[in-house]
Design a protein around this ligand. Sequence first.
Ligand code: MTE
Length: 318
Amino acid sequence: MLIKIKNSWELSENEVTAHSVYLSRREILKTVGFMGVGAASSLIMPGIALADDGLKVQPNKYDGHDIRNELTDIRAVQGYNNFYEFGMEKDDPARNSHSLITEPWTVTVDGDCENPGKFAVEDLIDFNALEERIYRMRCVEAWSMVIPWVGVSLSEVIKKLKPTSNAKYIYFETLVDEEQMPGQRRGVIKWPYREGLRMDEAMHPLTIMAVGLYGKKLANQNGAPMRLVVPWKYGFKGVKSIVKISFVEKEPNSSWMRLAPNEYGFYANVNPNVPHPRWSQATERRIGDFRRRDTLMFNGYGEQVAHLYDGMNLRRYY
Ligand code: MTE
């Protein structure tokens, strides 16, 4: 007999709230009106999310701790962003990203794999197998959010592309287009925005390629049409609006490593014990909360991912 062993972060059938009975938080918020992110957050109740808005989602996975009742208000998730292609301030991406055209969208795949080429998003992601994953996101600037992402395990995408045994790392790039991304006229970063993962990190089931959040397609400011989410790493690893995936043999440089190699390493694992050279990483503030809370090792996902770094000096490989 085949017995399916559940991962510790999977919900059992009876813990799942059917998506059809989810309430539309939009409706609730419309009724009470806008009260600011902090006040509105307290309205969020467990099991409540927005209506599907076109995405068929299996709400069946979370991270092992029940954080469904800690969700960050969607207006903060879509209004307080880092996406330097649209400006440096947190509200710039929501204001400026309407110029990004996400349909059609082409992703180029190259490097050490059997299936290189140009792909539509639908070629890479099975929209019938989308899952909701509620993950904490911790940014280096010491704020954090809890977001119900919609996506598939990145491993599912990688399997379609068939990397060869030479492929030790995967490398992602964001679109470069000054017309669509006016922030690229400023050379704050050497465009394109780039990020990479070691292959075993990329294949880990917690790593997802997200196409939505709160049951809806990604807003442009969150990285439409597809972006990476690696919940145990600092938020900057979550490269947005991906147009290129490369399989490579050598550890690739990320945008932040290029910009400030003494401040940002390749791994970028959330680690309260290793301070950023200019500030502590020991605590964080949830957007919508006033109090600070202790930052957890690997952002609370240590049980699932610590083994990836066995024997590594995490002060050196930060
Ligand atoms: N991806 C691109 N292309 N450009 C960026 O500026 N910012 C990163 C990451 N991905 C960024 C990016 C940083 S610093 C963070 S914290 C997260 O996106 C923020 O994701 P969010 O705005 O969806 O919360």
